[in-house]
Structure formats: structure tokens, C-alpha cells
Write a protein of this length. Structure first.
Ligand code: ADP
Ligand code: MG
Length: 325
């Protein structure tokens, strides 16, 4: 059994199973991303993991100890498991420092001051420590909520959609903060998201949640390159779902799906302007600039194909597509 473990966890709402037989575990310092669409059960699962909501079947274990049912407790939850909800619930007129300090109100002042300073540093909040919460950016609010959740030492941190309201620079910054937290404190972290990029870039391992079921668990690399099915392939990034024999000379470098098709990521495709030995011929239909590359839409026989290329290609031109090794 892992440091933190969910065993056969299921939950029923209105005669419907919204969480179905979830099994996974985390080691200390591990960051587990749960990727799923809205309504797939992410928040429900997180609340069960926090001990705030009882599962109808299965259990949650921390260091070999079963969590007590929420319904048995005056204040549900577990002292070593902290959750940050989607709405941060900060006190708007209070400063960042005061918001964090409040979580430590039962401790001695000397300890409190020291611990708050440590958290401000850990969560990159020193520059805004004396700003009232209502004036913070989304990223600063999220980091303050995390700092407050971690005010008392914890073993597990659960984050519900931590990136939801953040722009790109703040997302990168929060990613760094969470990674450093896990490295420096050894805390095990589960975050849920509907954004594949966030899940892929932050998780040490991740899981795909679909209609309450975990349909694949693995490292981001494995999930991205060998998706369990077409749903996972499309959820985790841009992909071509093609007939099995589309790249018949490259079958070994294609990821096969249970429905018989193959999944090919656009960046795996190599576009050439002149014929190649095994290249599949295609016609350029559309070209879109995406920053690091151009996305080229191609028509090859009856199939549409997206590939990434480093330069513009003229519309209507005949090109040849191979797969990179
Ligand atoms: P997500 O966080 O992935 O959007 P949720 O965990 O909030 O998904 O919800 C999963 C499913 O459970 C949804 O169909 C939702 O309507 C249902 N659900 C969530 N909370 C409750 C509740 N308190 N009572 C009844 N149904 C609920
Ligand atoms: Mg949710």
C-alpha cells in the first residue's frame, strides 16, 4: 500500500454511480494530476480523498491508516490532509500575511511569525505579503490559499482546479511553486484539472477520469504517447486518429487504439515538399500559425491530417508525410 492510497472508492448520487471503483496511490513528494472533463467527478473524488465526504464503497488510507468516516466526526477532514477548493475563500479585507496567520491563530506568536514568513517565501508571496486579498491577482490568491492550507504541517495537499482562473505566466509560476513544495516538504499532492497541458507538465504520474472512472494511469509520457483509447488521445492533446494502414510503412511507430485505428500526434509527422520513399502524399488545405510552428491541415485520400511544420507551405501544394522515428 502507498503512502496515500485510494482503494476501490465509489460514490453514488441519486441512484447513479458518479465515482466508480477508483484505485491509485501516491508516494511522498509525488504530484498526481487527475485530468477529466467538467462533471467527470473530480471534485467529488477530491472531497472523498480529503475525508470531507464519505465514499459509498472503498476507503482512503494515509500511512496505512484508514481515514475515519466524515459522518462520524464533529469537524470532518483529516489534520494531515489539506484541500484548496476552487473558490479560495480568502478574507478579502485581510492582507496575505493576515490570511495565512489566521490559520495559525492557536499557536504562539513567535512560532506563528516564523512559520508565516517561511510560507510567504515557499509560495513566492513575499512581495505582496502586506496587500489585502481583494487586490491580489488570481495567481497570488491561489498561492495565498495554498500557503494558508499548508500553514499547519501537512502530509497530503489536494488542489481543486488550481489553474482554472490563471493566465499563462501565473500558471507557470504556480507549477513551479507546487513542484518546489513537493520537493522541499515531501508532501504528496493531487491536483485536478480539465487542462491537458497543466496535467502533463506538472504530474509525476497522472490519471484520466471519465464519467467517474479512471480509464488510464501512468506517467505523462506514457499517457501522451500510448493513450489507452481515442478518448484519452484527444483529451491529452492534438492528435490524428487514422485508419490502421494509413502509415503502412511505419506501423511500429504508431500507437494502436482498441478500435483498430492509430493515434498519431502532429509533431510526430515529418512533412517534405518532394517525394520520399515511404511518404504518404497529401494536399495542403489550410495553414495556421501557432507560435512555435505552423499547423498544416492536409487531405490525404479520404483522410484529414494535421501536422506541425517550421515554415509556411503554399495552399493546394502536394506534399509527402513520413513519421519521425
Ligand atoms: P467535476 O468536479 O469533475 O466537474 P463533480 O465531482 O463536481 O465533477 O460532479 C460529478 C457528478 O456528480 C456530476 O454529475 C454532478 O452533477 C454530480 N454531483 C456532484 N455533487 C453532487 C451532490 N452534492 N448531489 C448530487 N449530485 C452531485
Ligand atoms: Mg469540480
Amino acid at each position: 500500500m502507498s503512502f496515500f492510497q485510494l482503494n476501490s472508492v465509489s460514490k453514488i448520487y441519486h441512484h447513479q454511480w458518479v465515482i466508480k471503483n477508483i484505485n491509485f496511490g501516491l508516494s511522498e513528494g509525488e504530484i498526481f494530476g487527475l485530468l477529466g472533463e467538467s462533471g467527470s467527478g473530480k471534485s467529488t473524488l477530491l472531497r472523498i480523498a480529503a475525508g470531507l465526504l464519505d465514499a459509498d464503497k472503498g476507503n482512503v488510507w494515509l500511512e496505512g491508516q484508514k481515514l475515519r468516516p466524515a459522518s462520524d466526526q464533529l469537524i470532518p477532514g483529516h489534520p494531515d490532509i489539506k484541500i484548496v477548493h476552487q473558490d479560495y475563500n480568502l478574507s478579502a479585507p485581510l492582507t496575505v500575511r493576515e490570511n495565512i496567520n489566521y490559520a495559525l491563530r492557536y499557536y504562539e506568536k513567535a512560532y506563528r511569525d516564523e512559520r508565516v514568513n517561511e510560507l510567504l517565501q515557499l509560495c513566492q508571496l513575499e512581495a505582496v505579503a502586506e496587500h489585502p486579498a481583494k487586490l491580489l491577482s488570481g495567481g497570488e490568491k491561489q498561492r495565498t490559499a495554498i500557503a494558508r492550507a499548508l500553514a499547519e504541517e501537512a502530509k497530503v495537499l489536494l488542489l481543486d482546479e488550481p489553474f482554472a482562473h490563471l493566465d499563462l505566466p501565473n500558471r507557470h509560476r504556480l507549477t513551479e511553486t507546487i513542484r518546489e513544495l513537493a520537493e522541499q516538504t515531501g508532501i504528496a499532492c493531487i491536483f485536478v484539472t480539465h487542462d491537458a497541458n497543466d496535467a502533463l507538465s506538472l504530474s509525476t504520474r497522472m490519471g484520466i477520469l471519465k464519467e467517474g472512472q479512471l480509464i488510464q494511469i501512468g506517467t505523462p509520457e506514457v499517457i501522451y504517447t500510448s493513450p489507452a483509447d481515442a478518448y484519452v488521445a484527444e483529451l491529452t492533446g492534438e492528435v490524428n486518429l487514422l485508419e490502421a494502414d494509413f502509415f503502412k510503412n511505419y506501423t511500429n511507430s504508431c500507437s494502436k487504439l482498441p478500435d483498430g485505428r492509430i493515434a498519431v500526434r502532429p509533431e510526430k509527422c515529418l512533412l517534405s515538399l518532394s517525394p520520399t520513399i515511404y511518404g504518404v502524399e497529401a494536399i495542403v488545405k489550410r495553414v495556421v500559425f501557432e507560435g512555435s510552428h505552423y499547423k498544416i491541415y492536409l487531405q490525404a485520400a479520404s483522410q484529414l491530417l494535421k501536422v506541425y511544420h517550421h515554415e509556411v507551405v503554399p495552399l493546394g501544394k502536394s506534399v509527402f508525410v513520413d513519421l519521425k522515428p
